[in-house]
Ligand binder design. Structure first.
Ligand code: 3PG
Length: 406
């Protein structure tokens, strides 16, 4: 990678102001209202620490959640968590491009670190625009004149062409941070070792269907992916297009999230590739606070689907065991609740034990690994990115990486 990208080794950071984009988007506990500490925080802290040690003035940009979701939050808690791992104060500024932020940046002394607020509070951030267009955004226009260099350490958001990911690269010298460098090097190495251009099996779960559906469509069409095992919200969408009547509580959730809009895409995928897509055979629901399993043919009234059932686990496990390489993004169910962590636990254990190459990733998948105490060394690679990992493996666009190319 050193050949194609500049890294932290290629620049003298002393007394320089650095705009550092990290991805510390972390699981959020709605009950305690707390952000969970995450591997993304731990790994990003390494880059921050190195920059501070090199006497840079470090201005961190990051996001948390998506607008409308309960985890769409300011970054105050993240600054405290980061400080713990950087072992130094990380000042939180509840501003991004206003006077407050500008004055804080101007007042920074070498080695000092500040974290600006959730960059997605700016509407323009998530517009899917080109680097050139984003270089004209308010964010880049306001902050780039105050900075000497841009460091992108957000591999897990590198599949987004968002303002803070691509906009600065047009106006500032730009390099990859350590997390970005490590992810790309490791994934490239595994792909080279696999010696095959085709991926065997993807397990696609979690609560964000957008990337998985796009990646599936692309790879199944090009025949670069043999089999997809769906679970989580994506599994529910495939059950609907198969005519299974999901209860109101599930439908309301999917509707509120806007996920029912994906049904035409799911229908098309199913119609074209049904032989290569496996859908849940049974699910677990919560009845009187207990886990109860039902075949998808007999879904019970008024119960929310919380996990895949054991028959599905057995079927998916058999397919994983027969695969030479497996990638997984997103948990199979609500792994945070002990009663409903079985599907995610079994699938991760089976992948960890498999003889094939294994890549797993994503914020919640990492948090599940931690919960189950599964050693990360049992996988070929554990990525901080979920959507980013599968997009990268599929050969899809990674604007955050492309804009770092020399
Ligand atoms: C992730 O959690 O995958 C990254 O932080 C990107 O978040 P997004 O899917 O909301 O863009």
């Amino acid at each position: 990678m050193g050949k194609n990208f500049s890294t932290l080794d290629d620049f003298n950071f002393k007394n320089k102001t650095v705009i550092l984009r990290v991805d510390i988007n972390s699981p959020y506990n709605e009950k305690t209202k707390k952000i969970e500490t995450s591997d993304r925080l731990v790994e990003s802290a390494k880059t921050i620490k190195e920059l501070s040690k090199k006497e840079a003035k470090v201005v961190i940009l990051a996001h948390q959640g998506r607008k409308g979701d309960p985890d769409f939050l300011p970054l105050k808690q993240h600054s405290r968590l980061l400080a713990k791992y950087v072992e130094k104060k990380v000042g939180y500024v509840n501003d991004i491009i206003g006077e407050k932020a500008v004055n804080k940046i101007k007042g920074l002394k070498k080695g000092q670190i500040i974290l600006l607020d959730n960059v997605r509070f700016l509407e323009e951030e998530i517009k899917n625009k080109t680097p050139k267009e984003h270089s004209k955004s308010q964010l880049v226009q306001a902050l780039s004149p105050l900075a000497d260099i841009f460091v992108n350490d957000a591999f897990s958001a590198a599949h987004r062409s968002h303002a803070s990911i691509v906009g600065f690269t047009k106006v500032l010298h730009s390099v990859a941070g350590r997390t970005m460098e490590k992810e790309i090097k490791s994934i490239k190495k595994i792909i080279t070792k696999m010696k095959i251009s085709k991926h065997d099996t993807f397990v696609l779960g979690g609560t964000k269907p957008d990337e998985p559906l796009n990646v599936m469509g692309h790879m199944l069409k090009k025949r670069t992916l043999e089999k997809v095992l769906v679970c989580g919200v994506i599994g529910e969408l495939f059950l609907i297009v198969n005519g299974y009547k999901l209860e109101r509580v599930n439908m309301n959730f999917l509707k509120k999230k806007g996920y029912l809009d994906y049904l035409p895409q799911v229908k098309k995928l199913w119609k074209k590739y049904k032989k290569r897509i496996e859908i849940p055979l049974d699910v677990a629901v919560e009845i009187k606070r207990k886990r109860k399993e039902f075949s998808v043919e007999e879904l019970p009234k008024n119960s929310q689907i919380m996990d895949i059932g054991i028959e599905t686990c057995v079927k998916y496990a058999r397919i994983i065991n027969e695969s030479r390489n497996i990638a997984m993004k997103g948990p199979a169910g609500v792994y945070e609740k002990n009663e409903f962590d079985l599907g995610t636990r079994i699938i991760l254990e089976v992948i960890a034990n498999s003889k094939g190459f294994s890549l797993v990733g994503g914020g919640h998948t990492l948090s599940a690994l931690k919960k189950f105490n599964i050693d990360k060394n049992r996988f070929s690679h554990v990525s901080l990115g979920g959507g980013a990992l599968i997009t990268y493996l599929s050969g899809g666009k990674m604007p955050g990486i492309e804009t770092l190319m020399k």
